[in-house]
Write a protein that binds this ligand. Sequence first.
Ligand SMILES: C[S@@+](CC[C@H](N)C(=O)[O-])C[C@H]1O[C@@H](n2cnc3c(N)ncnc32)[C@H](O)[C@@H]1O
Length: 262
Amino acid sequence: MELKELQKHWNAYGAEDPLWAILTVPELKGGKWDPDLFFQNGEQEIGEQMAIVKALGIELRHGRALDFGCGVGRLTQALCLHFDECHGVDIAPSMIEAARAFNRHGDKCQYHLNEADNLSLFADNQFDFIYTVIVLQHMQPTYSRRYIQEFMRVLAPDGLLVFQLPAELANPPSPRPAPPASPRQSLRQQIRRWYGRVRHRLTPPPPPPADKPFQPRMEMHAIPQEEVLTLLTQSGGVVKEIKPDTWAGPAWNSYTYYVLKQ
Ligand SMILES: C[S@@+](CC[C@H](N)C(=O)[O-])C[C@H]1O[C@@H](n2cnc3c(N)ncnc32)[C@H](O)[C@@H]1O
């Protein structure tokens, strides 16, 4: 999908059922997400990431943070608990509108509509922390490569970039049947599993029937790990850690990269 087309699809999701489009729990389709639980989920995720960063021995500055592909601000709002100034960027006007309505941190949190294939809205060396999950996997590598280069440009020296991206299809796909939920299982674990199952079903996308109304869909893409590492090195990045993750579902091998700027 070209960027304009991609925007059309995400804008439709944002107008229709934004929380579900972001965390696709089947049972919560149709506006059934409780916003409090949705945003708590983001706080838990960012809390876990902060703990990982600490465990890696990275000395993070807590000035400015960027959440790329912020949607309604699930993670941007959570970043506001850890950083002085947070910026969320999204391509869909409907998502940005919803994010502004959900903002609980006043001017400390700023949302930007960005329709470009770059981050020219930001100057070089601006951010101490850049975070993006479940975003780059939904666009063609032509675009995700460009954004990764842009993350490295706008990241401050010694700043940290954390991003998620599938490397390839799992071969064979891991069966991973869902065990019954136990009371002790965290909401986050359940969401991760449901999410993966739904994303798996979304791949590959069906061709849209000619006589049906517009139906938004999500594409799935990957970039091999070696290629990502070359790109990061060429852009002045030092990879501190690569962790497997479940964001793309069992059909894909997906990873979260922790990258410092030299
Ligand atoms: C699955 S949602 C994830 C939202 C958020 N990262 C989260 O985890 O809560 C993907 C978001 O990425 C946005 N997006 C997709 N392509 C983008 C692009 N090229 N630039 C900025 N945002 C983009 C979509 O509009 C959507 O809001």
